[in-house]
Design a binder for this molecule. Structure first.
Ligand code: CTP
Ligand code: MG
Length: 222
């Protein structure tokens, strides 16, 4: 059976609400609880582990088990993975993406098993044209081919053996800079499949994002 890891141990500095972002109230409940509710609706998921900031372990809802997160996101994933026993596949999700629907988790799990890949990740097509700057950071070096570009989200789902191997071989330095977990698989030559998701599965980072998430969730509740 699958196990889900929700990382919720960030400080939410860019949101600036003075408390951990995952615990900020969003459309009537703590942000974290939207993800827990979505995961509870996925039949294949047996356990939910939440990585929380030190001193906030009581904030885990009763349906989830709490562990203390680390200094950086990847370390929080590693702590939750260690606490998760033997469940396979492993679903990793950011509490900062409260809009991910149950069907997205289901499609990611289906694709992982159908394809035989090491990982399957939610991602949205990009609507902007993306240019890459050169060494000075502000002179355009080239324009990327948009139809091949994807904005990566969570959930990201993994075969447990592949994810454990990837973490075992990653240095602390790599873990400090990795912005997603699939990267750790890619660098070992593993196969990562894309599962198309909607741009509405936003990551709440700034106060403007919180406002958008509030509107989208209020609409869904209604
Ligand atoms: N996260 C975590 N442990 C950390 C850092 C981040 O579990 N040490 C989690 C966050 O709680 C969030 C997800 O990783 O669900 C994505 O991180 P991000 O959006 O950067 O959230 P924060 O780190 O909380 O925000 P900020 O960077 O603005 O402080
Ligand atoms: Mg952060």
């Amino acid at each position: 059976m699958a196990v889900a890891l929700i990382v919720a141990a960030g400080r939410g500095e860019r949101l600036g609400s003075g408390r951990p972002k995952a615990l900020v109230t969003l459309a009537g409940r703590p942000m974290l609880e939207w993800s827990v509710a979505a995961l509870r609706a996925v039949a294949a998921i047996e356990r939910i582990i939440v990585a929380l900031p030190p001193g906030e372990l009581d904030a885990a809802p009763p349906e989830a088990e709490a562990v203390e997160g680390g200094d950086v996101r990847s370390q929080s994933v590693r702590e939750a993975l260690c606490a998760s026993g033997g469940g396979d596949p492993v679903v990793v999700h950011d509490a900062a993406r409260p809009l991910a629907p149950p069907e997205l988790f289901e499609r990611a799990l289906d694709e992982l098993l159908r394809s035989g890949a090491d990982a399957a990740i939610a991602a949205a097509r990009v609507s902007d044209t993306i240019k890459e700057a050169g060494e000075d950071g502000l002179t355009v070096a080239r324009t990327l081919e948009r139809r091949r570009l994807w904005a990566v989200q969570t959930p990201q789902v993994f075969r447990r053996a592949a994810l454990e191997r990837a973490f075992a071989s990653a240095s602390d330095e790599l873990l400090a800079t990795a912005t997603d977990d699939a990267l750790l698989i890619e660098r070992l030559g593993g196969t990562v499949r894309i599962v198309e998701s909607r741009p509405e599965n936003i990551k709440v980072t700034t106060p403007a994002d919180l406002h958008v998430a509030e509107l989208l969730l209020a609409e869904r509740v209604r």
